[in-house]
Design a protein around this ligand. Structure first.
Ligand code: BES
Ligand code: MN
Length: 444
């Protein structure tokens, strides 16, 4: 690893670019400026495009007619680092241990997008120029649902015209196993508030007389699933596309032992989920309803005899082809309303939502991606779907009319969004090779 590459990686990681945290606005701007300087420094023309929240970094080389145009996309924003006490080293002071760099954003997405940038840099150094026309778009709002990137795409639709998009923001099924992801789940968020009495009450004086909103919330949330792990909202599965035969067969043959790996990585005692599907099928191709947060009532030390005025839950659904957020959210609200216990009222707040993505890994650009992966890793690529979401991929299709190649470099134990997130230098190197290979493959 070239020392300057490592320096770049560390500098990039030192920005606490937490997009959801208003206290970090300036840090995101600093990080975006750092990228602009870096990209100009390697011979691209980079600019900062302001949005209502965090800026987009947009760089290009000199475009020439008759060449393929590729848009490489990534994000410089990161998830919050909490809980801080579970980190072995401070999240924004990168450290190298046994070949792995530990820091928030190391995998998601700074290590991955930097490997593209360094691949572009090395190609320009070696050949004097790139073999393709390039757009590099690095946004600062991916972790909050990319609220302003669609506008950016629409406003610059003509200028951003391209043949294909390449993104490294997904996973590899194992160390050294090149992986092409051809599907992602979507996401739809719903916040629920259950209100009972107008103020917190003495539970001895009023208990038995009025409904307890926490009890009501617990009863309501329990109606979301049956005991076999299926979502119990009527109509929830109506639009779900069945798994294709070829993928069920292919996934069975993948060179990984998922169940053991997940038990080890998560510390869960037992795997659990919708009956009738393998673990990979449940994560990659089946929808879920997840409770992400719950609150209400007394949270302090000891006990307090109180009936709280309200309780709340934060819910997200992971959606699969062909479910739509604007159909699922109303179904969920209707179901909750119908099951609402007496004596409380429900209030809903819609959160962000983003579409799933599914493309054909055997189509022309999928084959280009597979060739590049084979070249960079010297091994046959695994073709998979994934459970996470990158909603902008659907906008690339709808606004720019192009497909997205998901060439991820995240390892199963990378701890993205968790304490001790890490990225191996081996994958930074592999990402550089992959970037060079994809540029070359596109040019031939
Ligand atoms: N890199 C992830 C998406 C991802 C994770 C894809 C794992 C495949 C496997 C991305 O940065 C992310 O976390 N996205 C959010 C999107 C949401 C905020 C709209 C997600 O999936 O929760
Ligand atoms: Mn993420």
């Amino acid at each position: 690893m070239r020392p300057s590459h490592l320096e770049d990686f560390y500098s990039f990681l030192r920005f606490p670019s937490i997009s959801t945290d208003d206290a970090c606005v300036e840090k995101l701007s600093d990080c975006a400026h750092w990228l602009v300087t870096k990209l100009n420094g390697i011979g691209l023309t980079a600019q900062l495009v302001q949005t209502p929240r965090h800026p987009v970094v947009w760089a290009k080389n000199k475009h020439r007619a008759g060449r393929q145009t590729v848009l490489i996309y990534g994000h410089y924003d990161v998830q919050p680092a909490d809980p801080l006490d579970l980190w072995d080293s401070p999240p924004f002071e990168p450290v190298l241990k046994d070949g792995y760099v530990f820091a928030r954003g190391a995998t998601d997405n700074k290590g991955q997008i930097l490997s593209h940038i360094l691949g572009v840099q090395e190609t320009i150094e070696e050949d004097g120029e790139l073999p393709v026309n390039l757009h590099l778009v690095v946004e600062g709002e991916e972790e909050i649902g990319s609220p302003n990137l669609v506008d950016f795409l629409q406003q610059n639709r003509e200028a951003l015209k391209c043949d294909v998009v390449a993104v490294s923001d997904t996973g590899m099924i194992g160390r050294g196993v090149p992986t092409l992801s051809y599907g992602l789940r979507g996401v739809a968020a719903l916040n629920l508030k259950v209100t009972g009495p107008k103020l917190d009450l003495h539970s001895g004086v009023f208990g038995g007389a009025v409904a307890n909103p926490i009890t009501a919330l617990a009863q309501l949330l329990a109606t979301l699933h049956n005991r076999e792990g299926r979502v119990a909202i009527p109509g929830f599965y109506d639009q779900v596309m069945p798994l294709q035969d070829w993928e069920r067969e292919a996934w069975k043959k993948l060179p990984i032992t998922v169940d053991d790996a997940i038990l080890k990585e998560t510390g869960a005692k037992k795997l659990f989920g919708e009956a009738g599907y393998s673990t990979l099928e449940r994560i990659w191709a089946r929808p879920t309803a997840e409770l992400n947060g719950i609150g209400g009532g007394y949270q302090g030390p000891g006990s307090k005899t109180v009936i709280p005025s309200y309780a709340f839950a934060k819910i997200t659904f992971r959606l699969v082809p062909n479910q739509k957020a604007d159909e699922i959210i109303p179904l969920a609200k209707e179901h909750l309303q119908k099951n609402s216990p007496a004596g409380v009222t429900l209030d809903f707040e819609g959160g962000h939502s983003g579409a799933w993505y599914l493309t054909d890994p055997h189509a022309v650009y999928g084959q280009v991606a597979q060739r590049a992966l084979r070249k960079a890793f010297d091994r046959e690529p695994a073709l998979i779907r994934e459970g996470g979401s990158i909603p902008i991929t659907t906008d690339f299709r709808n606004v720019l009319g192009v497909e997205t190649l998901l060439l991820g470099l995240a390892l199963p134990n990378c701890r993205a969004h968790s304490p001790n997130e890490n990225f191996p230098l081996e994958n930074l190197e592999a990402g550089i090779r992959l970037n060079k290979a994809i540029l070359r493959e596109l040019a031939t």
